[in-house]
Write a protein that binds this ligand. Sequence first.
Ligand code: GDP
Ligand code: IMO
Ligand code: MG
Length: 422
Amino acid sequence: MNTVLVGLQWGDEGKGKVIDILAKDADYIVRYQGGNNAGHTVVVNGKTSIFHLIPSGILHKDKVCVIANGVVVDPLALLEEMKSLEKEKVDYAGRLKISSQAHLIFPYHRILDGLREGKRRLKIGTTGRGIGPCYADKVARCGIRMGDLYNKELFSGKLNDNLIEKNEIFKKVFQHSGFSFNEIYKEYLGYARKLKPYVCNVPVLLDEARGKNKSILFEGAQGTFLDIDFGTYPFVTSSSCVAGGVCIGAGVPPTAIDKVIGVVKAYTTRVGEGPFPTEFKTSLMEEIRGKGKEFGATTGRPRRCGWFDAVMAKFSVMINGVDEMAVMKLDVLDEQKTIKICTGYKYKGKIFDEYPQDLQVLSGVGAVYEEHPGWQENISGVRSYGQLPVSARRYLDRLQELLRVKISYISVGSKREETIVR
Ligand code: GDP
Ligand code: IMO
Ligand code: MG
């Protein structure tokens, strides 16, 4: 069984927790896009681990964890993450795999990310990790891939070409002194030596796994509305976060995918700039941010919070072909007297329930809400659907009805065990 797990909102839905739970029944866990802009949190035995590049399944001893070609790899960040696993005595040797075709993030990508953002009138609010500039080089065909580091002549030629062009731009456009070939060359050959044991041919690895009937879990990073094509462009990341991204991001055929699980929060959050129709305008912002600890797992920035947007989620269900859903952080709504769901948008006097393609329309819509009674009790100890308060069940049933997808997992706390499986 090969499953894709994908965020249906703007990221931080709780994908890390669900991956950790599902990893128990998988043999391979594969990251197929994004980079260390992601921050996936797993809480086990009172210990919190945040993963940026390494799949969140790594805490399960016998699982193979793969960083596929669609991921942009900052080797420095990866080595740091490996070091923190060693500190926690997590043995990953032999079961961490990195695609030789994954593109590498270089210091000039990181710096350019910040410089571009500084010059932009319409700021995106990136994580500053060099993600956008690295993907841009990939498409411009001047990117440097993991495997290139093992051919010194090829690597030095590519790096040299890049620096000749980029240093000019850094100096003339950004008044930045540019980068030294020798420093980067030496630094990256050092990374290459350390990462060599993990580099492999991922499509072949996954094909062999499928041949042996192993089950693969694909771990999405970010979320549908941060997708480069289907998100709230240009306020998006630079990769294909949607379920379809698995095929190009990991080299598996569409026919190999058996199931898509969508993850949503029981409300909505977003980090960075861009439209957000259901964003709280009242003290609820602080209240939900506090209760849900809504601060970025990567940058620590406060997340913007709002009500559940069923218009957007319906679009996500469509574009990803979601078979089942996980609803996370239901406990964060425990104290609310009433809970709203956005079921439509109002724009220039017209009401509609289809997610608009035009960003200007999305930025100008007013949310149309239906109101549901809250349950006003602590549900974090609940472990079965039947034990949930009636109002909580009604809220979930309504989400199911609006999105026409079965809710299979309900999360009522950050810990692994604080989960209801239906
Ligand atoms: P991801 O990027 O989708 O993996 O999500 P993040 O890890 O960035 O953010 C989700 C946050 O919510 C993390 O701090 C989790 O520990 C926490 N979390 C996950 N599920 C629940 C839940 O059901 N209730 C509460 N209160 N926190 C949760
Ligand atoms: P996970 O996997 C939430 C957002 C940034 C910014 C935009 C572009 O933890 O859900 P980038 O650095 O990618 O060029 O920034 O995308 N963003 C995320 N927001 N969760 C994430 O990852 C994100 N990764 C990027 O805040 O608005
Ligand atoms: Mg996150």
